[in-house]
Design a protein around this ligand. Structure first.
Ligand SMILES: [Zn+2]
Length: 327
């Protein structure tokens, strides 16, 4: 029998092979750095063996997760996880039917100018369009977002002062709920001045304000599904998104596309019999980006796939639902 414990053992093996910090560093080194394509290829070749070992362990994790799902009466782990997150089969069907159009709409509006390198969509790159476009504005955290929330009457000063902010220099921000102390702590990079940072912060504010409302009404936040919570957060994020210049807003949707890539990739690896994951990752990339790569092993540099399996589907489904309704 497969258990969460045996899967956890494999996850530990993954991080023993390459620590979280090391993976973050490699990801930056191979995908985000401004180095030339030749240099990045060289860096990859030097680490190819390590990346191959991670691929093998990741495959084992996927096999075991599927076994666990089937033992619980599910078709595969993708459907198992989504059910757990509060997503129905019907929502998966609408996502499959509507996402193509949403992807097309986002891609057609990306403010891509001539100075963006043709390698931008290639596998040795990760989406960061908001940082590439010329944008003189500063989006200081928390001021820029707090001013916005107050101006729209989404929250007042008093409520905002109840949210504790903690410096957290990670790429992903995080909202912690301390049920015992009835406190909400948002871990974010308070030094960030980019639109990406402000949008992520607005998203976390959506979580934090929802938690506070529920605490005040004596409702247990955990009584609601992950999907329900993420929808509240994304609605706040989208309200803030509306306040951005069109070009900045469109550039930031590049990030949304990346969530679609991850969702399609996870759908493929858990539900298809094709076990060439590098192939399937390239396929997911081709579905969302104008790229021609036929193989891409760099999914192993995204720890989200290891730690929060199929979680990006929640984001993708909500973005599809909201964006397909917009002009
Ligand atoms: Zn969230």
């Amino acid at each position: 029998m497969t258990t969460q414990k045996s899967i956890q053992k494999l996850i530990n093996k993954y991080y023993q092979t390459c620590s979280f910090e090391e993976i973050e560093h490699l990801r930056f080194f191979i995908l985000d750095d401004n180095a030339s394509l030749e240099e990045k290829i060289k860096r990859y070749k030097n680490k190819q063996k390590l990346i191959n070992s991670l691929e093998l362990i990741f495959k084992e994790i996927v096999v075991q997760r599927n076994e666990l799902a089937m033992e619980n009466g599910y078709r595969d782990y993708f459907h198992f996880a989504l059910d757990w997150y509060g997503i129905s089969e019907k929502q998966t069907q609408s996502f499959m039917a509507e996402s193509r159009l949403v992807i097309k709409k986002i891609v057609s509006r990306l403010p891509i100018s001539g100075d963006i390198s043709k390698d931008y969509w290639g596998k040795y790159s990760s989406p960061n369009l908001p940082l590439v476009i010329a944008d003189k504005n500063s989006y200081a955290i928390p001021d820029k977002v707090y001013t916005f929330l107050e101006s729209k009457n989404i929250a007042n000063r008093e409520t905002l002062s109840r949210i504790e902010l903690k410096q957290y220099p990670n790429r992903y921000f995080y909202t912690d709920l301390d049920k015992q102390r009835k406190k909400v702590v948002v871990k974010c990079n308070l030094e960030s001045t980019t639109s990406v940072g402000a949008l992520s912060f607005a998203h976390e504010m959506g979580h934090a304000l929802t938690y506070l409302k529920m605490i005040d009404k004596n409702v247990d936040p955990e009584s609601k599904s992950s999907y329900w919570h993420e929808k509240r957060a994304i609605l706040t994020e989208m309200e803030f998104e509306d306040s951005l210049e069109t070009k900045v807003r469109d550039a930031n949707r590049d990030r949304i596309l990346y969530q679609f890539v991850l969702t399609y990739f996870e759908y493929y690896i858990y539900s298809k019999s094709d076990k060439d994951f590098a192939n399937l990752y390239a396929k997911a990339n081709r579905f969302c980006y104008p790229t021609k790569d036929s193989s891409n092993p760099f999914y192993v540099l995204n720890t989200f796939l290891v730690d929060r399996p199929c979680y990006s589907a929640i984001y993708s489904y909500i973005y599809t639902e909201l964006l397909s309704r917009r002009a």
